[in-house]
Design a protein around this ligand. Structure first.
Ligand code: M6R
Length: 608
């Protein structure tokens, strides 16, 4: 999704902005631009394509001198990717420049109104409306003009704004789109995400909805939409800056897959105290846990798949009914949330627009929300009633791996805690599960060490047209994530099916050589899945099987087998997903795809 960086201080702004934008590239974008005040006027340079193009055009920022500026990477929503539609956007006199993340929902009537007043538009974007509307209200006081605009526009926005008449200031505003500001001894920064300014400062302020910031070189002032000044407390970001670098790996995705043993340990171990699970941040006592009648898990994409796994685990061991919903559906379907329903929203970024809206919808209906979130201080983390962090650190590759693995761990912990408190797990079973959890990091390492075998297999499938992933129970949830990993980065069509459902239609798509990846880690369902493998093999499929060590029977029905170490059946997802991630990765690498930044995708989907 779009990225914003701004700087005002004693250094040249353009190189700082380019550097910051490069740290946001992972979010996905199709064009980039900068506006810098050069002492007389605001100059803008923008271009469709990668940030590299903008760097070349400006000679690394050297052709745009000045110590105050704003920059943007755009992910097109309104208007195709083009030079005209790239940000920043000017007002007509080129005295105001604006960068924007989000969507101005009422931009059409506003545009018509502005056109009727003589304003001319040069782009198809909703953002240009903001530039002209600020101009319309601007009578010499930027803050007044900005707050008037905030009262007129509907939708979501994070804005960075420059005024040629006030070149010693940058303004930043936000509603439902993330924005932070930070400061060091050399100046002040705005950014849509922490990695953009981590190199310069670790002291950041999270801007809340409907707040405005006025940044000068040496200080910042915060205001409400009523222009009242407010004070805010900074947050110190303690991420390891190297964590956001590739560290010698070919891709962030590979590096992040390799970080999974650590991620799992970091999410797990602080919550295991002796022989017990303690989730302090849950904010629920035993009586409240016993009173839960139903759990709603709401999320998008891979986080939704983690939720699907959790349904099997929570229902299986804690015997609490679980409904899992895609956030974009949940928010509009008037869900029935009865008394005793607990809502869990899962999100890596904590900024996914639909998940955030689902959280708010649940709170509006009077329900507390537990957020399972990776990015500290993100919108979902701040708005949820309680937050359980997945300690995966910054995840840069668009295709999630380590954050997904951390989500699974958080959900297993929740399931076991609930099961124990509700008397559904005997002490011995609970301890044995704890032991299995603690062994997962080492087992994941073993699977990662097997990457060359998977790479060789993946190389045979770079020309595949369709791939099907099948499994039953938890294995179906793993299949969903395995399928998404493959298709989102390799652009090969793939689908996940509950293995028993295949013969109700989809099996007609199987032809000679079609790859079917069958996941069969659940002993109780093993024979059933085996039969489904035989069915597809009989129709010409090439069957790749993922199963537990020792299940050599599978070789009767599979053409290629990957064995995973034995663990508790509820935790097999954490192991089976590793070869599937590696498979998707190596197919995409073999095809020469842009693995970390797949086409059309954004890391954090902050618009609907
Ligand atoms: O940041 P979130 O976890 O809320 O993001 C949800 C999805 O957009 C995300 O998982 C997406 O499906 C990834 N591309 C999967 O790799």
């Amino acid at each position: 999704m779009c990225g914003i960086v701004g700087y005002i201080g004693s250094h040249q702004a353009a190189p700082v902005i380019l550097e910051g934008l490069s740290k946001l590239e992972y979010r996905g974008y199709d064009s980039a631009g900068m506006a810098v005040f050069d002492g007389k006027k605001i100059g803008i340079c923008k271009s469709v394509g990668r940030l590299k193009v903008l760097e070349e055009l400006t000679h690394g920022g050297a052709t745009m001198p000045g110590t105050v500026g704003i920059g943007h990477t755009r992910w097109a929503t309104h208007g195709a990717p083009s030079n005209q539609n790239a940000h920043p956007h000017y007002n007509q006199e080129e005295t105001i420049a604006v960068v924007h993340n989000g969507i101005i929902e009422n931009y059409l009537p506003l545009r018509e109104k502005l056109v009727s007043k003589g304003y001319q538009f040069v782009s198809d974007t909703d953002t240009e409306v903001v530039a002209h509307l600020i101009d319309y209200y601007y009578k010499g006081n930027p803050l007044e003009a900005i707050t008037k605009v905030m009262n007129r526009v509907q939708g979501s926005y994070a804005l960075g704004i420059l005024f040629a008449e006030h070149p010693d200031q940058i303004f930043a505003v936000r509603k439902d789109s993330p924005l932070i500001v930070g400061q060091n001894e050399d100046g002040c920064f705005i950014a849509s995400d922490v990695p953009a300014i981590l190199k310069y400062t670790r002291k950041v302020y999270f801007i809340e909805n409907q707040e405005v910031v006025r940044l000068r070189a040496d200080h910042m002032h915060f205001y409400t939409v009523d222009e009242e000044e407010i004070t805010k407390e900074p947050v110190t970001i303690d991420w390891d800056a190297n964590a956001a670098e590739k560290g010698g790996y070919e891709h962030f995705m590979l590096k992040e897959m390799y970080e999974q043993p650590k991620t799992v340990t970091d999410t797990l171990m602080p919550r295991i105290k002796g022989n017990d699970i303690v989730i302090e941040e849950l904010g629920m006592g035993d009586e409240e846990i016993k009173a839960i009648r139903k759990i709603f898990i709401v999320a998008c994409g891979s986080a939704y798949h983690a939720g699907m796994t959790a349904k099997y685990v929570i229902e299986g061991i804690a015997r609490i009914p679980v409904e899992v919903d895609v956030a974009s559906e949940f928010r509009y379907r008037n869900p029935i949330l009865e008394e005793g329903t607990m809502v869990v929203v899962i999100s890596q970024s904590g900024e996914t627009a639909d998940s955030l809206a689902a959280l708010r919808e649940s709170q509006k209906l009077g329900h507390k929300v537990l957020g399972i979130v990776n990015v500290v201080g993100s919108s979902i983390a701040r708005e949820a009633d309680n937050v359980m962090y997945t300690w995966a650190g910054p995840e840069i590759a668009v295709a999630t791996t380590k954050a997904y693995s951390a989500q699974l761990i958080a959900l297993y912990l929740l399931a076991m805690k609930f099961a124990k408190v509700r008397g559904m797990l005997k002490e011995g079973e609970f301890r044995s599960m704890l032991g299995d959890l603690k062994r997962l990091p080492g087992q994941i390492e073993r699977l990662l060490a097997n990457k060359q075998r998977i790479q060789r297999f993946a190389n045979r499938y770079i020309g595949a047209k369709d791939v099907f992933f099948i499994g039953r129970g938890i294995d179906f949830a793993i299949s969903m994530e395995g399928s998404l990993k493959l298709k989102e980065i390799s652009y090969i069509h793939s689908e996940a099916y509950a293995a028993g459902e295949l013969k109700h239609g989809t099996i007609s798509l199987i032809e000679e050589g079609t790859l079917v990846a069958a996941v069969a880690t659940q002993d109780a369902l093993f024979q059933k899945t085996l039969s489904n493998m035989v069915e597809v093999k009989a129709r010409g499929a090439f069957v790749l099987a993922v199963t537990n060590e020792g299940n050599t029977d599978i070789e009767k029905a599979a053409d290629y087998c990957i064995y995973i170490p034995r663990t508790n059946p509820y935790f097999t997802n954490s192991l089976a997903i590793i070869p599937l991630q590696l498979f998707g990765y190596y197919v995409a690498v073999g095809k020469g795809c842009d693995v970390d930044k797949p086409r059309n995708l954004a890391k954090s989907v902050t618009v609907e």
